[in-house]
Design a binder for this molecule. Structure first.
Ligand code: PEP
Ligand code: MG
Length: 587
């Protein structure tokens, strides 16, 4: 049994399919002088085939999944067209007499070395993209087809060092039931895709590829973050039972999509979705979410090789609005930096503490040309929504001071004036801020009169409150949403909003976790935003609990002094309220 980070809940049993790096020719056999020209030709031809491949993938994925999901292939083409990329390969073929395959291997080592010491997870993800492109090219050199999914039968569990974008596309129709990766965190491709598709997944299981081979039986427990390889018959049958229960439960719960999210004592809740793109927006509707509580626009930028233009952004927002018929869409401006960066904002410099540095709204303020463009695109999309029975809200991330809010209000006024002068349709949109920096939580009462609504970003609020990096497994024991200090701050923020009659939502991961959901309900929160596949289980919990019960549970939890006491107490209480719910929680 091996432990990792639980990144997507549920249990799955299946046949392991190990994705090893398929690079070829490790011994780097040298070429004879007369073979150099043929090798350069072979590289060129593989390069052209790879470009054709990427284009075909892009249009296929665009048709099947949408523009945003397909954008990654344009990024891959840009990597491949990078002059330095091909120049290096050609130079090594000519000057070192390396085979093309060996040159590609060397290129990958070169990039890995460059990226090895970065704490920047955007760059780390881009290394995945470079690796993906190199694998595709190498496979063409070797005349293999790429990416090829196994012809193994039965449900599969993918085991990989990291989950590459092409793997995500390749699993399209394959019966993949679980994902295990050696590296990765909650921001990695694997976590986002697995959560979005409701596939149980465990990341950060170091060395797993040494202990498992394709064809082995493997269990993924995305509740506890554990992986079991070749279990004995008894363990296997116990987990098969859990897996069946998990599927049954998911199906049963998804059937409640049209039921109201109403507590036993008749209090109506708003269950909303956090989305990163159109596919998530569709999943949100399918799972019965009432609206989009958070659209993370950074995914538009992360999959785009340059700053998306106003028109491209406007169209992207309209596609989300179209995919959310009759529903509200809360669009959050760019939240880049910290763990996610894009090359075109000059993020190549290293910051000692990126999460405490130049991220999110701080970066947007320093790029007014880009920031104004994004606000214009959102305001125009809001006008479009009005005409299509939709509704847009605008939200700013990582607000720290009152001055920032004043500055935003002035900016909004200017952008609106300019749009009106240009005779573009512009709608007044409710404007809110995220409460995710402790300073803002403390100043909540002076901030509220200046905004239309707030949304608590508990992922960041917890990491800043506890001074513990949200993606670092070494300190994850501190990043607990039910820690007494966190509960106190949340209680205060929610009370302030209620006293001052300001709408408040919470859009961090804790909104979709049964134990913390109950406490938030007890605090008076009535609007929760979560990953689409979590909506049905939280709705089920809603329909089995009363607000009074939640208030009593909170009251008792606030008297307890430690996180582990609170955790034990909540587990006991939840088991009584809804025994099934444990299945759908990640540890
Ligand atoms: C949060 O911080 O809780 C949040 C919802 O935003 P993100 O996870 O995108 O930082
Ligand atoms: Mg945040």
């Amino acid at each position: 049994m091996r432990r990792g980070i639980a990144v997507s809940p549920g249990v799955a049993v299946g046949t392991a399919y190990c994705i090893h790096t398929i690079l070829v020719d490790p011994e780097r056999s040298r070429l004879e002088a007369e073979d150099v020209a043929a090798e350069l030709d072979a590289y060129q031809s593989a390069r052209e085939k790879t470009i054709a491949d990427l284009r075909a993938m892009q249009s296929k994925v665009e048709r099947q999944l949408g523009h945003q999901e397909a954008a990654i292939f344009a990024v891959h083409e840009a990597i491949l067209r990078d002059r330095d990329f091909t120049q290096k390969v050609q130079t090594w073929i000519v000057e070192e007499r390396f085979t093309a395959a060996a040159s590609l291997q060397r290129l990958l080592e070169h990039y890995s070395y460059l990226f090895a010491h970065t704490h920047d997870s955007y760059l780390r993800e881009r290394l995945n993209d470079v690796r993906d492109v190199i694998q595709r090219l190498s496979a063409h050199l070797n005349a293999q087809t790429v990416p090829r999914m196994p012809s193994l039968s039965g449900p599969l569990i993918l085991v990989a060092d990291e989950f590459l974008p092409s793997h995500a596309v390749a699993i399209g129709t394959t019966d993949v039931r679980g994902i295990v990766t050696q590296t990765g965190s909650r921001t990695s491709h694997a976590a986002i895709i697995a959560r979005g598709r409701g596939i149980p997944a465990v990341s950060g299981v170091s060395g797993i590829l040494k202990h498992v081979k394709t064809g082995d039986t493997i269990i993924v427990d995305g509740r506890e973050g554990q992986v079991i390889v070749n279990p004995d018959a008894e363990v296997k049958s116990a987990f098969r039972k859990l897996e069946r229960e998990f599927f049954l439960l998911k199906d049963q719960l998804a059937a409640n999509r049209d039921q109201p999210a109403r507590t036993v004592d008749g209090v109506e809740l708003e269950l909303l979705s956090n989305i990163n793109g159109v596919t998530d927006a569709e999943a949100a509707v399918a799972m019965g979410a009432a609206a989009v509580g958070l659209f993370r626009t950074e995914y538009l930028y992360l999959t785009h090789p340059s700053i998306p233009s106003e028109e491209e952004q406007f169209e992207a927002y309209c596609r989300i609005i179209d995919a959310s018929p009759g529903r509200r869409v809360t669009i959050r401006t760019l939240d880049i930096g910290g763990d996610k960066t894009v090359p075109y904002f000059g993020h190549h410099h290293q910051e000692a503490n990126p999460f405490l540095g130049w991220r999110s709204i701080r970066l947007s303020f320093e790029h007014p040309e880009f920031f104004n463009t994004q606000i214009r695109a959102i305001l125009r999309a809001a006008a479009y929504a009005r005409q299509h029975d939709g509704h847009v809200k605008l939200m700013f991330p990582m607000i720290t001071t009152i001055e920032e809010i004043h500055r935003l209000r002035a900016m909004m006024r200017r952008v609106k004036q300019r749009l009106r002068r240009a005779r573009k349709p512009v709608a007044d949109v409710p404007t809110g801020i995220m409460i995710e920096v402790p300073a803002a939580a403390v100043s909540i009462r002076s901030m509220l009169p200046l905004v239309d609504f707030v949304s608590i970003g508990s992922n960041d609020l917890i990491q800043y409150l506890m001074a513990a990096d949200r993606d670092n497994p070494k300190v994850s024991h501190l990043c607990q949403p039910i820690a007494p200090a966190v509960l106190r701050v949340l209680t205060d923020v929610i009370s302030a909003c209620k006293e001052m009659d300001k709408p408040v939502t919470l859009c961090g991961e804790m909104a979709g976790q049964p134990s913390s959901f109950v406490l938030l309900l007890g605090m008076g929160l009535r609007s929760f935003s979560m990953s689409p596949p979590l909506v049905p289980s939280i709705k089920d919990l809603t329909r089995n609990i009363s607000v009074q019960q939640a208030e009593r549970i909170l009251e008792h939890a606030l008297k307890l002094k430690t996180t582990s006491q609170i955790k034990r107490y909540l587990t006991e209480q939840l088991r009584r309220i809804s025994p099934n719910i444990e299945m759908l929680e990640t540890a």
